[in-house]
Design a protein around this ligand. Structure first.
Ligand SMILES: Cc1cc2nc3c(=O)[nH]c(=O)nc-3n(C[C@H](O)[C@H](O)[C@H](O)COP(=O)(O)OP(=O)(O)OC[C@H]3O[C@@H](n4cnc5c(N)ncnc54)[C@H](O)[C@@H]3O)c2cc1C
Length: 397
């Protein structure tokens, strides 16, 4: 009989695994052939593991759901997380704007911190083991996996959400939670890239722009204004600014990009393209000229009224219609999940099944782009482990 079985070796499960007291018998099972696959893919392999800032500024980063994880974040906040990594020997770097990465910019180094700690604790995740079902009895839990039956006093479901299913996250935790009487907030995709019209960005793919102002229109009415970094993809837009705003988007809405051209941008004897290089990269300038029906070598004072109007509009109010939003492979997080109605906010223990805990993205919480989702997963894993440390204290004394 194990004291605790953790299902899922992602950030939340790994953090729980290293935080549980060393004298406890802890097993982590992971259905992938290796732990932390999504962690390795995070931040494009660079792992934006948290964000700097005061605790009170963290809560609003999870929209209205920040209140659900207030306790988890308060007990193990961004500073505590950064301390955790640095005391384990992982140097961190803070980028302008506050995103925190390992100094090596290698997600593998973040994963290695956990694997090393787990080796010391003799808790290597058992990989290739998929939880199929579980039952609660008076003595604890019986878990049915592919190959064997496991028994534990306490069970932690840290099985993640539904994005990037090839990384192991196929919503099995949700199905098990529902089958055992927990309410599920319908799942969807958050932090999503979008396909747009125009969206023929072959010459712009990979181009990023800093702190762009853009407005969202719904049914031709302005809905909101945002400012954030944008990235052009081969078919539309991505980047932190778009990802974070994407929860407000619907297909058919329009984004209006304001590249904030100064009034006297087209002064002097330079051609249009050279003038635009003052505010945007040449490739984008050329694309805007083409989309305004203007040749690359044209001078502003030689343009007709229609062309001038088109060019100025494309610079200060370029309209992009949203054709598609995210999906399993274009969204970073899952919206929805196990409802906090059925989970104690103090401990993350199920209100339906005593002894069952949830941690991480399997729950109905998601954050903005910027390291907030990993922070949430780490904080929740930490809270569950500390709660269990208290409950199981007699075993450790
Ligand atoms: C491409 C990408 C980039 C991202 N970049 C960032 C970033 O830079 N910063 C940031 O803050 N967030 C980022 N995120 C989001 C972040 O990775 C997740 O929010 C975080 O990984 C959630 O952690 P978790 O422990 O809850 O779940 P996961 O990391 O999803 O881990 C869950 C684990 O459970 C396992 N599992 C599932 N079902 C079973 C089962 N039945 N039996 C056994 N094991 C099971 C899965 O295989 C998986 O390994 C990114 C997400 C993606 C997809």
């Amino acid at each position: 009989m194990w004291d605790v079985i953790i299902v899922g070796a992602g950030p939340s499960g790994l953090m729980a695994g290293v935080t549980l007291e060393k004298d406890l018998k802890v097993l982590i099972i992971e259905k992938n052939e290796m732990p932390g696959k999504k962690l390795l893919a995070s931040g494009g392999g660079r792992c934006n593991l948290t964000h700097t800032g005061e605790l009170n500024n963290l809560f609003p980063r999870y929209n209205a759901r920040g209140r659900y994880i207030k306790r988890a974040l308060s007990l193990f906040d961004n500073r505590a997380l950064m301390d955790f990594f640095t005391t384990k020997g992982l140097s961190l770097t803070v980028e302008e704007g506050g995103r925190v990465f390992p100094a090596s910019y290698r997600a593998r180094d973040v994963l290695e911190v956990f694997l090393r700690e787990l080796r010391i604790l003799n808790r290597r995740p058992r990989t290739g083991v998929k939880l199929r079902d579980f039952k609660r009895s008076d003595t604890g839990f019986t878990l049915i996996t592919d190959g064997e039956t496991l028994k534990s006093r306490y069970l932690v479901l840290a099985t993640g959400g539904i994005t990037y299913p090839t990384l192991g996250t196929t919503g099995e935790g949700h199905a098990l939670a529902r089958a055992t009487g927990h309410e599920l907030v319908p799942t969807g995709y958050g932090l999503s890239s979008i396909r747009t019209l125009p969206g023929d960005f072959k010459t712009l793919q990979g181009l990023s722009l800093k702190a762009v102002k853009f407005h969202l229109y719904k049914n031709s009415k302005k809905f909101n204004t945002y400012r954030g970094d944008l990235l052009f993809t081969h078919e539309g837009l991505s980047g932190p600014g778009i990802l974070s705003a994407s929860r407000d988007f619907a297909v058919g809405d329009t984004l209006h990009l304001d590249l904030e051209p100064p009034e006297d941008l087209f002064r002097g004897s330079r051609n249009c393209l050279n003038s635009m290089k003052e505010i945007i990269p040449a490739s984008l300038g050329a694309w805007i000229l083409e989309n305004s029906g203007i040749g690359e070598k044209a001078f502003f004072n030689q343009l007709g009224k229609k062309e001038k109007t088109a060019l100025l509009k494309n610079l200060s109010d370029g309209v992009y219609t949203i054709l598609e939003i995210g999906g399993p492979f274009k969204s970073m997080v899952t919206t929805g999940g196990v409802s906090f109605k059925d989970v104690s906010l103090k401990t993350l223990e199920s209100r339906k099944i005593p002894g069952l805990y949830f941690a991480g993205e399997v729950l109905d919480v998601d954050g903005e782009s910027g390291g907030y989702n990993l922070q949430a997963a780490f904080s929740m894993g930490h809270l569950v482990a500390e709660t269990l440390n208290q409950r199981l204290k007699p075993l450790c004394d």
